[in-house]
Design a protein around this ligand. Structure first.
Ligand SMILES: [Zn+2]
Ligand SMILES: [Zn+2]
Length: 193
């Protein structure tokens, strides 16, 4: 699987180069490593940023809080979840390119520049990069059955329309604070697994 990942990664790098995005330019992008993640995460992939470029330091204001951020990193470790590798190549490559964009300066989020890259790549190369993937759709496109995440522990049921909600965590307050999203009915804890 790791070998397939490397082959597809190289294809992505090549395609991006053809439209003027040089992923291998260490001056701008830094070093990228790509691996399969060891655990089967829910998410498609992630990009861990390491070795922040001291010159790219900036302060982000979040209300009264000030957060120190870096716009640029010299090392990026991309991890792709193993379940993604069972899907169609185009979906795997979508995931890879999504994470590659996070390696670009000022792209360690899903902000303006991230969106610009995504849009440009989608238009030029026919990718379908978005902020978040759609698992059900991607499984369907790969002709695979999609199993909902069975990792939940609590079943909550709407007392009015019967809609069932599954949760990993549970807090009693939830029952008072929230109502059914469909009919606004009262919720009740049905089962703990
Ligand atoms: Zn992302
Ligand atoms: Zn309801």
């Amino acid at each position: 699987m790791e070998e397939k990942l490397n082959i597809l990664y190289k294809e992505c790098v090549e395609e991006l180069k053809n439209i003027g995005i040089d992923v291998l330019n260490k001056e701008i992008v830094g070093n990228i490593e790509i691996h399969l993640s060891k655990r089967n995460n829910k998410r498609y992939g992630c990009c861990k940023q390491e070795e922040p470029d001291q010159k790219s330091k900036y302060i982000e204001k979040n209300g009264r809080r000030k957060i120190l951020r870096y716009a640029k990193f010299n090392k990026h470790v991309i991890e792709i979840s193993p379940w993604v590798m069972e899907l169609e190549d185009e979906i795997i490559k979508n995931t890879i390119v999504h994470e590659i964009i996070h390696c670009m300066p000022f792209c360690n989020n899903h902000g303006e520049l991230f969106k610009k890259y995504a849009q440009y790549i989608n238009t030029k190369l026919g990718y379908n990069i978005s902020r978040v993937g759609n698992k059900a759709e991607d499984y369907k496109r790969s002709n695979k059955t999609y199993e909902e995440d069975k990792n939940y522990k609590y079943k909550i049921k709407c007392q009015n329309c019967g809609q069932e909600i599954y949760r990993k965590r549970f807090n009693k307050k939830l029952l008072y604070k929230y109502r059914c999203g469909k009919c606004n009915g009262r919720l009740k804890l049905e089962e703990v697994y």
